[in-house]
Ligand binder design. Structure first.
Ligand code: FDA
Length: 300
């Protein structure tokens, strides 16, 4: 952690909640489902798609996991009712994966069944490495039983190429991201360029097999290389989309959209925004740099 980032993390934790809310607000639709609906309607009016995420990943018991599942079901209903061009993203630990794997699977299955009934789709986020195997297993079971679900993989993990080789055999709808958690050097690349190289190698393998890929990055280098790869491999536009986080590089999202490619924005909402923002800061102090920039570009 750089000294500046470490300092910003400390300062942010000492800031009044109302102040943190000002800059966290850029990355979060709001506290209520209706906030997310309004935001997505606005994105859709610009031709941009969305994936909605209910904030709050660490639950303490099954009751909390059941409450989180209900929220996800409400999101799917709201998408259907408002005819949003959006799907749902979920975090397996929020569904109880850390407490009871089978219980979490049943919860996620219920969500995906609901999504299927609306002909919609659920993206399973990938969390930190203790949950990689169990998350992949949940995805495989869903894929076999019902479909309508896709999986996120992280390019910083050394195992990812192997996972892609396995998951390609099933035909998988992927989201490929760099990965946001702090992982040990024994399992994860730390070097920026090595992560990028693994990203591109994984992407090529995913696309080569005709899978659908959500190319989730704000890195100009990766976006540029992805454009080239898509052209060289002659990949049809219905086989991929670009994905970005709400509030990050919005101009770039617009540009990709006007280049004729699908763009999907990850739209988190919920009352857990404070815990989410500060936890994210602790997990990955690099974000502190972005937050810092954001504070000083506030109002511009
Ligand atoms: P990089 O971090 O190099 O960022 C490139 C540039 O983008 C930066 O220089 C900066 O300008 C800007 N930028 C990036 N992030 C920013 C931020 N938060 N605020 C302001 N500016 C920012 N991770 C994970 O482990 N599991 C998951 O399931 C997901 N899901 C997911 C979905 C979507 C749609 C996205 C876009 C990302 C994720 N991630 C994720 C997070 C991902 O792993 C990664 O941490 C971030 O996207 C940052 O990586 P980049 O590829 O953007 O590169």
């Amino acid at each position: 952690m750089s000294l500046v980032n470490a300092l910003i993390v400390k300062i942010t934790q000492l800031m009044p909640k109302s102040f943190v809310r000002i800059f966290a607000g850029k990355y979060i639709a709001g506290e209520e489902l209706q906030d997310a609906v309004n935001l997505v309607l606005n994105l859709n009016s610009k031709g941009i798609l969305a994936t909605i995420d209910v904030l709050g990943e660490s639950i303490k018991n099954k009751d909390e996991a059941i409450a989180a599942k209900r929220k996800c079901l409400e999101v799917l209903e709201a998408i259907e009712m408002n005819k949003l061009k959006a799907n749902l993203s979920i975090k397996p630990t929020q569904m109880g994966l850390a407490i009871d794997e089978d219980f979490a699977y049943q919860q996620i299955l219920e969500i995906v069944q609901k999504a299927k009934s609306f002909n919609n789709f659920v993206r399973i986020d990938m969390e930190d490495s203790p949950y990689t195997d169990s998350t992949i297993l949940v995805y495989k079971k869903l894929h076999e039983k019902i479909g309508h679900a896709g999986l996120a993989l992280q390019a910083y993990l050394k195992r990812t190429i192997n996972d892609v080789n396995q998951l390609n055999k099933l035909g998988t709808n992927y989201r490929l991201c760099k990965g946001i958690y702090i992982e040990s050097e024994s399992i994860a690349y730390k070097d920026r360029q090595k992560i990028r190289d693994n990203y591109l190698q994984s992407l090529k393998l995913m696309l080569k097999n005709g899978n659908y890929v959500g190319i989730a990055t704000h890195d100009d280098y990766l976006i540029d290389k992805s454009y080239k790869m898509i052209k060289e491999m002659n990949i049809p536009t219905d086989k991929f989309e670009f994905q970005m986080l709400l509030g990050v590089k919005e101009d770039l999202a617009q540009k990709i959209n006007s280049d004729g490619y699908k763009v999907r924005i990850y739209v988190p909402f919920g009352k857990d925004w404070y815990a989410y923002s500060t936890r994210r800061l602790k997990e990955n102090p690099q974000i502190a740099g972005y937050v810092f920039k954001n504070i000083f570009s506030f109002g511009k």
